[in-house]
Design a binder for this molecule. Sequence first.
Ligand code: SAM
Length: 469
Amino acid sequence: MVNLGKEASLIRYFCTAGYGMEQFLIDEVTKKLAAHDIERLEGKVLFSSSAHISLVKELKSAERLFLLMKRDSPLKLSAHANPARVASVLKSTLIGDLQRWTSAEVTWRRLQGVVGDKKKEESKCEEQRKVEEENVLGEDNERDFPAMKKRRKMDCEDEDVYAGTHDQDKTRPQANRHCSDPLSFRISCKCSGSVSRHLSVQEVSKVLGTSLSGQLGWKVDLRNPQIEITVYLRDDHCLLGIPLTRLPFANRRYIKTTGLRSTVAWAMAELAQIQSGSLVLDPMCGVGTILIEAAQEHKLACFLGLDIDDRQLHKASENVAFAELRDRMHLLKASSTHMPLPNASVDTVVCDLPFGKKFGTKTDMAASLPLILAEMERVLRVGGSLVLLLSPQLSCLLKKLLTPPGTQEAANQEGVQDVTSTPTQGKEPPIGLMTESCPPLSSLKHQTSLRLSLGTIDGLLHKYIKTHT
Ligand SMILES: C[S@@+](CC[C@H](N)C(=O)[O-])C[C@H]1O[C@@H](n2cnc3c(N)ncnc32)[C@H](O)[C@@H]1O
C-alpha cells in the first residue's frame, strides 16, 4: 500500500514532463501518490493527491511541479477582436472566480510552510513583527532576501517560462516574506499555436497582473515576488498554476555530474522492470546516470558500468561515490563490442548509445551496432530485459537487425508500432554490409518502443526480452 504521509487535504497539481514522458509520470503518480482524476495533456499531467508534499516533490519523471489554479478550454478570440474585447475574454477565462485565487493562496501558504522549514519561517515572521513593533517611525524593515541563481534552461516546453518578464531580473520567487503582507506576484506566460498570433505574452501578463492586483490587492513584483503565476495558453488548453519547486526535478541532489537527462534515465530503468537481487549492466555507461537512477529505486540490485573513455569513467566514479553507491555499483574500462563478462551473466542491460551533438562519438555507431547488440544478447540471461535509447536512424537499423528475415510484415500486422519513422530516414545506413560477421539476434523479442524528446532531438526507447539461448 502507498504510504501517503500526513498531508490531510486533497490537492490538485500539475507537472510538466518531457514529450513522451507523460505515461511514465501517470504511472508514477498513480503508484507513489495514489493520485486520481488524472488528465494527460501534451507535455503535462494533471492529478489530485492527498499525499504529503515531500512525497510529491520526489517524483522522478516530472520536470516541474505546480499547484493547479485553473484548467480551461482554449481561448476563443476572433481575428478582429479589439484590445478591450481581448482583455475582457482574458479576464473572464483566466481569472474567473476570485474565490479560487484566495483559496489557492491559502493552499500555497500552507504548502510553503510544509515545503520550507516551517519553524524557521515562523520565527522569521515573529522576528519581523518584533522589529516592526519597535520601529515607531515605521522605517522600511523589509528583509533583504538573497537573489538566487538564474533558473537553468530546460529541454522541454518550460524553456520560455519567463517570457512574460524577459527584461527583468529573473530571481527566485520568495517564500513567506511576511505572514500578513499582501501576496507579491509576477506572471510568466507561454503562448503557442494560434493564440500566440492574437496575443503577446506581455499583453496577457499586463491584463492578468492589473486585474489580480486590483481585485485581490496582490502586489506586482517583477524582481522578487513570493509567487509566480505560470500561464500556458495553447490551441488545445489553457492552464494556470503556481510553481512549487524552484529547480527542475531533473536536477537530482544525489548526482554530481549529469549525462543523460535524469528523468529519461529514470524512465529507462523503470521500463527495464529491475528485480531485487538483479545484476544490471550499462555497457556504455558514460557518467553513470542510468545506473544511478536505477540504484535509487532498486536498493537490492547490483550495478555494473562499462565505458571505453577514461574521462567518463572518472566522472562516473565521482558520481558513484557522491551517491554513496560504492558497495553495489562497479565500473570497468572495457568496450561494449568485447565485454569481459561470461555468457548469460546479467539480468538486465540498459544502454544509451552515442548519438546527437552532446553524446556523439567518432566511432561509426551504425557499423558497431550489430556487434554491440550481439554482445548484449550474449551476456543477458534468458528472461532478462534489454532497454536501449537510440536515435531514430539507429532505431531503423536495430529494427532490421532484430526482425528475422521475412517477418517484417507479420511484425507490423501484430501492431508493433512504427515509432522510428522520421523525415530524416533517408540517411539510413546500408545494413547488408554490417551484419555478415555477427551471429543472428533472434532471441531478443520486441516488447515496446517509445519516442521521447531529448530537447533539440528525439530519441527512441526500445525494450526487448531474451527468450532463449
Ligand atoms: C551517450 S553516452 C552515455 C551517456 C550516459 N548514459 C550518461 O548518462 O552519462 C555514450 C557513452 O558510450 C561510450 N562509448 C563509445 N563507444 C564505446 C564502446 N565501444 N564501448 C564502451 N563505451 C563506449 C562513450 O565514451 C560515452 O560515454
